[in-house]
Design a protein around this ligand. Sequence first.
Ligand code: XMP
Length: 504
Amino acid sequence: MDVQVAVLDYGSQYSQLIVRRVRELGYYAKLFAPESLQDLPKMSGIILSGGPRSVTDEDAPDVDFEYLKSLGVPVLGVCYGMQLLNQKFGGNLKPGTTSEYGPATLKVEDDSTLFADVKPDSQIWMSHSDTVAKLPEGAKVLARNEEGQPVSLEFCENWYGIQFHPEVTHSHDGRSVLRNYLNRLDAPPEFDVEAFKQQLLKEIVEEVGDREVVCGVSGGVDSTVLAVLLHKAGVKIHPIFVDTGLLRKDEAKEVQDQFAEVGVEIDTVYAGEQFLKALEGEEDPETKRKIIGNLFLDVFFEHAGNIQLFAQGTLYPDVIESATSGSIASRIKTHHNRVDRIMELKEEGRVLEPLAELFKDEVRALGRSMDIPERALNRHPFPGPGLAVRCPGAVTHEKIAILQEADDIFISTLRKHDWYDKIWQACTTILPSRSVGVKGDVRAYEYPITLRAVISEDAMTADWVEIPFPVLREISNRILNGVKGVNRVLYDISTKPPASIEWE
Ligand code: XMP
């Protein structure tokens, strides 16, 4: 499937979101560095993203305007992109003395098709400081904000600029604006998961040949979709599941059942005792992570033996390097710090990353199209180091057992009350210091448990969830009565930032 829309990335925090929205509207879009414009294959549309700079800066990121014009395709400049086009067409801008961030009102003043289906006074989301001062010759103002400043221009036929961010949901009709732009493209929408899957299956077969593919599975969405995709492609696979002993209650069995349901046999390696031993007495969070990451790789690679081909579920956001650095090189983001072994395999051309073009929600859709059960696709994220990061201080058998029981109660009660799917991630943490309590007329000196449930889009920021008190009460009662060693249950009402999602 050929890329249809290039989004030139000028470094906006929302660049990826433009790509997602365009794909949601059925066009296959990808991010590219502005300098790579001349090297791109034929595109049906080009979008210039926003960015943190001002086009008046001396070394402001640029665009090869003559080349862009020679392509003869509809162009849309968003925020910085609009200012850049304005300048290229001969207009100029005034650097804003104050910045405009947040909501504004869209006043459409032209019956341009770019604003078809946009409601009057629709809310738009701004994040910029420059404003248009002089319009280029022949340019038309399509819309203004309530102060009368232009927020959308048509420079000439099929060349548009919008000052606001159509890609964020706070721009209420942003999706319509993007769709209207895409309607100008001389190409039908071609991107859908089924077509993408067929292409992936074909590419996997071609790339793998008769080699065996080793992959790690954790039961999480990405590795599950990856393993099932490889299985569907009909290539030889060896999916390895390392049970670190730091998993949730019955998780190993659930993961095995989950794969059995979709016909994939996984190879489970139990290494719980090894992990606990390696962690013994260690209290520093980063050292704990290192120990777990290294041991995980040791166990995995030792068990895998000689690897012909290694597959991993790297996603598109993981391979996008910041465009402001100039290159959009492939990069693997991982919490494991000894990635050298994977990098070595990569250099030898022995790493397969079939999901590297996809966003998380697209991976879920791919999973759905392969009949992976919803329960598996909607699982909350779970950190690689497992319950060890939910056990501040030294990890012990006893604490892991307490955590497993408390977490099981928390999660199952959320499911029972239909809260699980409304929550992005729910976690239980056992605190290191004990507190005094009374159990059956006897003084009890036991551990406190904290519950945390957050909503988030990408784990970068998170807000705590207002779980109804009766549900919290039920969870608390069940933990206090059912989990030995716990005499206090706390609910964590901290946003991220400043708190992180996990306690360590
Ligand atoms: P924090 O705690 O940084 O978590 O707000 C953000 C997201 O990342 C997960 N997380 C990890 N995942 N290895 C992982 O694979 C780790 O070391 C790790 N630390 C945090 C966390 O569960 C949340 O989803």
